[in-house]
Design a protein around this ligand. Structure first.
Ligand code: C2O
Ligand code: CU
Length: 503
């Protein structure tokens, strides 16, 4: 894998500066890259109902585990009214089915690849043994022959047609997600549909009086662009992995999908709701806000589960792959009121709308204390490592510590069960993700006071241009090869990924 495979223009490091969109308007500096515009006729917003991805049912269960089978296949879905979009979906769905599982109970998923490309599945935020973590060369080959045979090849453990992933779920309740992780092609394959939610529940969380049932709703936000015939537009490079040079900052598109529907609408009672928000976009970040009225977000959880205490936000800045678990109270609205969720980073562009339908009884509550997890003080005398996220020196891709991803190179050997302090340093915006273990943010820009979106256990942290963020991390239980990478999927595919080994 070499940087020279892609012929990018030697663009300046202009992503941190204000860039011009094709119609000459100023784009927000917080946004990556050129806007990809749809050619299809787009629907008016707030016409389509918010879909809820179905919960996946096990095919069998025993004392310790639940067993599932997922088929990765193409499907023709009506995402835009009157047009068909061919997706690559888990069970042909966009997003895939939701896993809803218990902490400490093993989930075994047989993934069958009926697509015409190789795939890899990663459980994002999972405390997963290396053989099931989705090493980017552990391909499930798209073949119907020799099912389940393993072949060691080119640094990967390749299987034909299907592969079984084992997730012990040895972690607290949290909103995780699973998605494709194929080397060089994660961006286009997630874009076409290979992503879904994996919710872990536990007793600590069950005992809290949060809104539940129909009042606990996932909001999986992803931007996409559509060609005139309804097919997905994605500016893939002509000559191999990655994207056209104009999109090297990352693909941001003009249609906002929530749970797979463009700018949907959802009817709510005038009560509290719990929303598990996932930014499943390739490269877009959002500053979510309510357009009118008193609604605000009370954050109860982050990537890695419950916060110790709730945190109130007027707006939520969410980078690709981050999750915010929030409670929104609609009780101060009247039946008939409409509340629009907008993205302030894109001139208050629409995301979706809530229609308050009726008054109703609300037995939910937000306790002052949520979880007993400890905010860990900064330890002394621990191993420190620095990870520098930068554009490649020859402008042909993205690097970590000056290196393009090489699966044969372990950039660090990390001892299990020991705290380490990792420092992330950026040139432009990069959402940094670490596999296997969650971390706590220790400082941002030299300030030890936690920034508003850095609370709790994180597995993805948004690092702004030319910023330094320190995190405290400790890996446990599983020895093997794991990854740290930028979760802007175009950056990731253009080599902004590094391997490390836990020992
Ligand atoms: Cu969500 Cu390595 O990825
Ligand atoms: Cu990046």
């Amino acid at each position: 894998m070499k940087m020279s495979r892609r012929g990018f223009l030697a663009a300046s490091a202009g992503a941190a500066a204000v860039t011009l969109t094709s119609c000459g308007q100023e784009a927000k500096p917080a946004q990556a890259g050129e806007l990809l515009r749809s050619k299809a006729k787009l629907p008016a917003p707030f016409q389509l109902p918010l879909p809820i991805p179905p919960v996946k049912k096990p095919i069998r269960s025993d004392a310790k585990a639940d067993y599932y089978r997922v088929v990765q296949r193409k499907a023709s879905l009506e995402i835009l009214p009157g047009l068909k979009t061919e997706v690559m979906g888990y069970d042909g769905l966009f997003p895939g089915p939701t896993f809803d599982v218990r902490s400490g109970r093993t989930t075994v998923v047989e993934q069958v690849n009926e697509l015409d490309v190789s795939t890899v599945v990663h459980l994002h935020g999972g405390h997963t043994p290396a053989p099931s973590d989705g090493w980017p060369l552990d391909f499930i080959m798209p073949t119907s022959g020799e099912h389940g045979d393993h072949h060691m090849m080119g640094g990967g453990d390749m299987t034909m047609g299907r592969r079984t992933y084992t997730y012990p779920n040895t972690q607290r309740a949290a909103t995780l997600w699973y998605h494709d992780h194929t080397m060089d092609y994660t961006g286009p394959q997630v874009y076409r549909g290979l992503f879904g939610l994996h919710l872990i529940r536990d007793d600590e969380e069950d005992n809290l009086p949060f809104p539940n049932g129909d009042r606990e709703i996932p909001l999986v936000i992803a931007d996409r662009a559509f060609d005139a015939d309804g097919s997905f537009l994605y500016p893939a490079a002509k000559d191999g992995p990655g994207v056209e040079s104009a999109y090297m900052e990352g693909v941001v598109a003009d249609v906002t999908l929530v749970n797979g529907a463009p700018w949907p609408v959802h009817e709510v009672d005038a009560v509290r709701y719990r929303f598990r928000i996932l930014n499943a976009s390739n490269a877009r970040r959002y500053e979510l806000a309510f357009s009118n009225g008193p609604a605000e977000f009370v954050q109860i959880g982050s990537d890695g589960g419950l916060l110790d205490v709730p945190v109130e936000h007027q707006t939520i800045v969410i980078a690709p792959a981050e999750r915010f678990d929030v409670i929104v109270d609609f009780s101060q609205y009247q039946p008939g009121d409409e509340v629009t969720l907008v993205n302030k980073l894109d001139n208050n562009a629409n995301v979706m709308r809530f229609k308050v339908a009726r008054k109703a009884v609300d037995e939910s509550n937000i306790p002052a204390r949520l979880s007993s997890y400890a905010v860990t003080p900064r330890p002394t005398g621990v191993v420190r490592r620095e990870w520098r996220f930068r554009r490649g020196g020859d402008h042909s891709g993205w690097t970590i510590n000056g290196k393009a991803f090489d699966p044969a190179v372990m950039q660090a050997q990390v001892k299990l069960d020991q705290y380490e302090i990792w420092t992330f340093v950026t040139d432009v915006h990069h959402p940094v993700h670490v596999h296997l273990a969650p971390f706590q943010v220790l400082s941002r820009g030299g300030k030890a006071k936690l920034a508003e979106f850095d609370h709790g256990w994180k597995d993805t942290v948004d690092i702004r241009p030319a910023e330094v963020v320190e995190v405290l991390v400790k890996f446990t239980a599983h020895k093997g090869k794991y990854l740290i990478h930028c979760h802007n999927l175009e950056h990731e595919d253009m080599a902004m990924m590094a391997a490390f080994e836990t020992i």
